[in-house]
Ligand binder design. Structure first.
Ligand SMILES: *[C@@H]1O[C@H](CO)[C@@H](O)[C@H](O)[C@H]1NC(C)=O
Ligand SMILES: *[C@@H]1O[C@H](CO)[C@@H](O)[C@H](O)[C@H]1NC(C)=O
Length: 275
């Protein structure tokens, strides 16, 4: 009986707990992230709720103090606001504009004299994906065997910046030293775009097609991939200029014909007069 009582007492004293900790897995550096901690106190009275980022306290709720909420500015993180009720506490934090992963801990403590503590931790990674797939430029639809092309692939702005991989007919192209990716200067939230060129030589003989793919890889865990492809036709018998003949060229031609016919007319007149 005594044992049962102790067990029952233990069950009651351990009835305070964090029931749910909501921390987004990824946070966009351009927007505040919302984190919330839900708990039950049962027989206990709440003394305080604290939020930590890694080891640093960023927020404290102490219902018996005035003001009950205190925000702490920790370098690289800004707590915008917080709101608490009997069984939950939510904070809005502005993530730093760098690709980082940090631990967010919610800690509740009961009133004295015991000040019993319960805590839970979750991780949030700061990242932002672009809206569009990578864009390939400098790829004509039709080339001749042996033609040299300079392609350029640019990714959308993201955090961290994307790595760029080129494939020809599914085969990864190792970059030459001068073909390394270039990263732009940062925009709002630390987002950057990247681009990489690729020199392609069409096969020296025969006809066919090259499938060129550019892949933008956001280096997260797991990586996020996006790609775009172009099809370049290689044709030996067709002169590509034939397809780009324009009105400019045909009007030059008719001007020549006009000149020739004028010369011919003068020569005819001259011959007639000299008779
Ligand atoms: C935290 O720092 C930011 C900018 O440095 C400031 O605007 C904000 O008022 C500070 N918040 C607190 C609670 O001190
Ligand atoms: C490649 O494209 C990017 C983005 O449009 C541009 O800034 C860069 O100058 C281009 N590079 C070359 C070599 O054309």
């Amino acid at each position: 009986m005594k044992f049962l009582c102790i067990l029952l007492l233990f069950a009651i004293t351990s009835a305070y707990e964090i029931t749910q900790l909501l921390v987004p897995l990824h946070a966009d550096p351009r927007r505040a992230a919302e984190l919330s901690c839900h708990f039950t106190m049962d027989e206990h009275r709440l003394h305080s709720v604290k939020w930590y980022r890694d080891m640093n306290e960023i927020f404290r709720y102490n219902p018996s103090q005035k003001p009950p909420i205190r925000l702490f500015n920790v370098s690289g993180i800004m707590v915008q606001s917080g709101e608490c009720a009997a069984e939950w506490c939510a904070v809005r934090v502005m993530p730093p504009p760098v690709a980082t992963r940090a631990a967010y801990t919610c800690e509740i403590s009961t009133e004295g004299p015991k000040f019993l503590i319960a805590r839970q931790t979750k991780y949030m990674t700061v990242s932002a994906m672009g809206d569009r797939a990578p864009v390939i430029s400098g790829a004509p639809p039709l080339v001749r065997p042996g033609d040299q092309l300079m392609l350029n692939c640019s990714s959308d702005y993201s955090l961290p910046p994307s790595n760029i991989n080129w494939y020809i007919d599914g085969e990864l192209q190792k970059p030459e030293p001068w073909e390394q990716a270039v990263v732009s200067s940062p925009r709002e939230g630390g987002l950057r775009a990247s681009w990489r060129v690729l020199r392609v030589t069409a096969p020296a003989r025969g006809s066919g097609a090259l499938r060129v793919t550019c892949e933008a890889e956001l280096p997260l865990e797991p990586p996020l991939l996006r790609d775009s492809s172009v099809l370049i036709t290689v044709h030996s018998h067709t002169h590509p200029d034939k397809y780009v003949a324009n009105r400019g060229q045909s009007s030059v031609l008719s001007l020549h014909l006009l000149k020739l016919s004028l010369i011919w007319t003068f020569m005819e007149i001259y011959r007639y007069m000299s008779l």
